[in-house]
Write a protein of this length. Structure first.
Ligand code: NAP
Length: 487
């Protein structure tokens, strides 16, 4: 049986201020991961639709980029306000589409997306040029200009937060947008297009094309009228995008995979550490680039901490994401669940021991997987080295601070890391040595739109959030003006 779509009408592409069917006439079913049933269908956009969206964004650029920062700020504030007024619809869309618990879509996903628009609405007013004095008989005017058409390509796991974290700074800086959301989870993007239109974002400034990334991707990225790419997704696709963009020397900001190390020292507050460790690996059912999926524990507390965690995780409320008490919903798809199981099996084959979870759950036809803890996994196991993207914690013991740092830095990723300790000096030493772009001491995933966010190594290039993100969407132009010495 099909569920009910949260969209008021049939979803359409949004191009140049008009709602349109895909030019090929195809549509794709969208499935509720909590039940495996169809909840909507959306247009399967084609390269011709992408071309139309890029042309609309190009045509809208001169007028949008010529607006003052104050004018763009007013419109972005209105976007934030309208998202707030329609928060429940957005939250329901994310919950049905991604399987995210409604508790979090109401409290975290949509409010965080709104904060991005509010923050960059404020920064839009600060983006101005500067004058530099030089030793020359000249003054240099350094202008900041928007890039042009930005392709925003977003993944399945945080549709609104990751759309907002690209759209808000790019629009604030005066760019126009072609947005391609993930095929599996595009529903909230249709609501966002409505909000942007209702907020007064001029036609063509934001364009939405749904469709298969593998077919549309290279076409959009290589298109000569696309000036820059803002991508969040897997490392494999991110590297492909960076190479295609590199061929025409256009910037590609890539926020990619991760497998965060959470280091718990023996001096940490154990109760607080237990809560942090659990939240860090079960949040968003582990489908979180910043997941704290690798627990590194100082040996004297290893057995105690593992015992407490294994006893606690079966009690974390798991079930229908529309139940306000649910903390763990389903994975996004059967494909994702199969991948998680393969990596769990690999960890066991490599010598690990499952002390909690370890097998899929049969519940309501959904793609559920329980919180899973595996001890004694060797560091070279694929389950440690790769991103699992499920609610899975591998546990490794360490004896010295140096060993903890070495283990933490030993994978190809470098996005998130955490240090749980009562010793402030140790926290500063260790965080300095960790090769991860986003770190927390005595906590996990504390985020704010003012704080830059991004990875080292295979976790990507560029930063979202903070003034750094705004500058990503601009280039400087310097004009040096001769000032003859006074005679
Ligand atoms: P994905 O498979 O890489 O897809 C991401 C987006 O890229 C989707 O819109 C996808 O479209 C599109 N795409 C696919 N192939 C493409 C191509 N050749 N050219 C251009 N675009 C293409 O990632 P995902 O499975 O949706 O998301 C999970 C990944 O995102 C994980 O690795 C996670 O760590 C990462 N992530 C990183 C961050 C961060 O901030 N660092 C945050 C969240 C997620 P289709 O859906 O149509 O294939």
């Amino acid at each position: 049986m099909s569920g009910t779509s949260v969209l008021a009408g049939p979803a359409k592409l949004y191009i140049g201020g008009e709602w349109a069917e895909a030019s090929g006439g195809e549509r794709r079913d969208i499935v509720d991961p909590a039940t495996g049933t169809k909840i909507a269908d959306v247009p399967e956009g084609t390269t011709a639709d992408a071309d139309a969206a890029i042309a609309a964004a190009k045509a809208a650029f001169p007028e949008w980029s010529a607006k003052s920062g104050r004018e763009r700020s007013r419109i972005l504030n209105r976007v934030a306000q309208l998202m707030g007024e329609r928060l429940e619809a957005f939250a329901q869309a994310e919950t049905q589409d991604v399987g995210k618990p409604i508790l979090f879509t109401r409290m975290i996903d949509i409010p965080t997306a709104i904060e991005q628009f509010e923050y960059f609405a404020a920064l839009a007013q600060t983006l101005d040029g500067s004058v530099r004095e030089t030793p020359l008989p000249a003054l240099s005017l350094v202008r900041r200009e928007p890039l042009g058409v930005v392709a925003a390509i977003t993944p399945f796991n945080f549709p609104m937060i990751l759309a907002a974290s690209k759209l808000a700074p790019a629009l604030a800086a005066g760019n126009t947008i072609v947005h391609k959301p993930a095929e599996d989870t595009p529903l909230s993007a249709f609501l966002l297009a409505e909000v942007l239109a209702d907020a007064g974002v001029p036609s063509g400034v934001y364009n939405l094309v749904t469709g298969p990334g593998a077919e549309l991707g290279d076409h959009i990225v290589a298109h000569p009228d696309v000036a820059a790419i803002a991508f969040t997704g897997s490392t494999t696709v991110g590297k492909r995008i960076a190479s295609v963009a590199g061929a025409s020397l256009k910037p590609a900001m890539t926020e990619l995979g991760g497998n965060g190390a959470n280091i718990v020292f023996a001096d940490a507050d154990l109760d607080a550490a237990v809560t942090t460790v659990i939240n860090a690996f079960v949040y968003n059912t582990g489908q979180f680039c910043m997941s704290g999926t690798r627990l590194l524990v100082e040996r004297p507390i290893h057995d105690t901490l593992v015992g407490i965690l294994a006893g606690a995780v079966p009690h974390v409320p798991l079930g229908s994401p529309s139940d306000p008490g649910t903390v763990i919903g389903p994975l996004v798809s059967e494909r994702q669940r199969t991948r998680v199981q393969r990596l769990v099996d690999q960890a066991v084959a490599d010598g690990g021991t499952v002390v909690a979870g370890g097998a899929p759950l049969d519940l309501d036809g959904g793609y559920y997987y329980p919180p899973t803890i595996i001890t004694g996994v060797p560091n070279d196991s694929e389950a440690v080295q790769e991103e699992i993207f499920g609610p899975v914690l591998t546990v490794q013991a360490f004896d010295t601070e140096a060993e903890a740092i070495e283990l933490a830095n030993s994978t190809r990723y470098g996005l998130a890391a955490g240090v749980q300790t009562a010793d402030a000096a140790k926290a500063l030493r260790v965080t300095k040595a960790l090769k991860a772009g986003v770190q927390w001491v005595n906590g996990w995933a504390m985020l704010d739109p003012s704080v830059p966010f991004g990875g080292y190594k295979d976790s990507g290039l560029g930063r979202e959030s903070g003034p750094e993100a705004l500058l990503n969407y601009t280039r400087s132009k310097s004009v040096t003006i001769s000032v003859p010495p006074a005679s």
